[in-house]
Design a protein around this ligand. Structure first.
Ligand SMILES: *Cc1c(COP(=O)(O)O)cnc(C)c1O
Length: 384
């Protein structure tokens, strides 16, 4: 196996799921209401961690639903033998709708045309489609207006080929310091659900909370929560209180495959943007932007180096531009590093960069950092 790999610590994943579950158990809830369930996001290949492996662990840890973005993602889970309910978070094209029905995926529905299209496909396939009504309370992405929800819910529940399995909304700033917008959304959503119930329609599973809301808004838990990034060990933003003990699941690592001493003034990599200011040792790491180590990290990021036999551990800076498949690091004049020593690009080790540090350096969020780890990087699973 190649040097560059993503170690997926399933122990940390289990830990995060348990921490989230404890939070759900501890939250106040109306008398007699059961602890909210979990729909765990495994879309985008489980944010780059590997959807099938993580879906299995999530179900073992008590999640009942899985969240995906595309029909293909759901089909792959079914082919792996996963029979749990799957929610489809994005909208498919008309030509994919029969597959949605055949696979038994629960789609979000927000308009009549699509609702009727699913009903027709379900009839052709000979099944009942379990659909979730999506209400837009402020995300501005997918959803009907709150004042359309009662009529749509009625349309769904009165169609013999459809079952209203749930009602959902989504939050754009549940991870922000300002609480007023999200609180208003929770209020509008709660009232809309009540209107639907009062119209005599059984509403199914009511759900809203992404990771940001799991952390900050127990009032948004309803019957089920939909965390993603928190299960992978990251907070959605810097603006949230770090109240949960989350542990990053992925360690992106490689090995030094070439090492040399260079004289002052020597340039390294494309564009000659790095010049040695002193005699120093340069190591070459066989990972690049095609593996998900962003080119914006050129001359910016540090890696954690495990130097030599006794493995003294320290940081070293990226020297020069990140190439497609390789980058260089400045190990310093006194380096005891040797060929084939391990380097960690990001991961849970507090001495090295986290996915969050990499995100900050590249002007993005941890979500994109783990999603970007390329398909050619093998995932290696460790379980406790
Ligand atoms: C991706 C997604 C989530 C999970 O979001 P996180 O911020 O990763 O917790 C929840 N709901 C929907 C509809 C999503 O698309």
């Amino acid at each position: 196996m190649r040097a560059t790999r993503a170690i997926i610590d399933l122990g940390n994943y289990r830990h995060n799921l348990r921490v989230i579950k404890e939070r759900l158990q501890q939250a106040d809830r109306p008398r007699g209401r059961p602890v909210p369930g979990m729909c765990v996001a495994v879309k985008a290949d489980a944010y780059g961690h590997g959807a099938t492996a993580l879906a299995r662990v999530a179900l073992e840890e008590g999640a009942e639903h899985l969240g995906v973005a595309t029909v293909d993602e759901a089909v792959r889970l079914r082919e792996a033998g996963i029979t749990a309910p799957i929610l489809l978070y994005s909208l498919p094209l008309p030509e994919e709708v029969e597959e949605v029905c055949r696979t038994g995926i629960s789609p979000f529905v927000a308009d009549e045309e699509y609702c009727d299209r699913i009903a027709a496909a379900a009839e052709r396939v000979g099944t009942t489609a379990r659909i979730h009504l999506k209400i837009d309370t402020g995300m501005g992405r997918i959803g009907c207006r709150p004042d359309e929800a009662v009529s749509l819910a009625g349309r769904i529940s009165s169609n013999p080929n459809l079952e209203l399995a749930g009602i959902a909304t989504h939050f754009p700033i549940a991870d922000a310091a300002d609480r007023s917008f999200t609180e208003h959304q929770i209020d509008v959503f709660g009232r809309t659900v009540k209107d639907i119930r009062e119209a005599g329609v059984t509403e199914g599973i009511v759900h809203a909370a992404n990771s940001g809301a799991v952390i900050a808004y127990p009032a948004a838990y309803f019957d089920m929560v939909r965390p993603g990034i928190a299960t992978y060990g990251y907070y959605p933003s810097h603006d949230q209180e770090r109240i949960l003990d989350l542990r990053p699941v992925m360690q992106f690592e490689s090995r030094i495959v070439f090492i040399k001493t260079v004289e002052p003034g020597t340039s390294v990599s494309y564009g000659r943007t790095y010049r040695a200011s002193r005699r120093t040792v340069i190591g070459t790491v066989p990972a690049g932007y095609a593996d998900g180590f962003n080119r914006l990290l050129s001359n910016q990021a540090e890696v954690l180096v495990f130097e030599g036999e006794g493995a003294s551990v320290r940081r070293a800076a990226v020297a020069g531009r990140v190439c497609m498949d390789q980058f260089m690091i400045d190990l310093g004049p006194e380096s005891r590093a040797r060929k084939y020593d391990k380097v960690v690009l990001f991961g849970p080790d507090p001495r090295g960069p986290s996915g969050e540090e990499i995100a900050d350096l590249t002007g993005t969020i941890p979500y994109e950092v783990t999603c970007a780890v390329g398909a050619r990087v093998p995932r290696v699973y460790r379980d406790e």
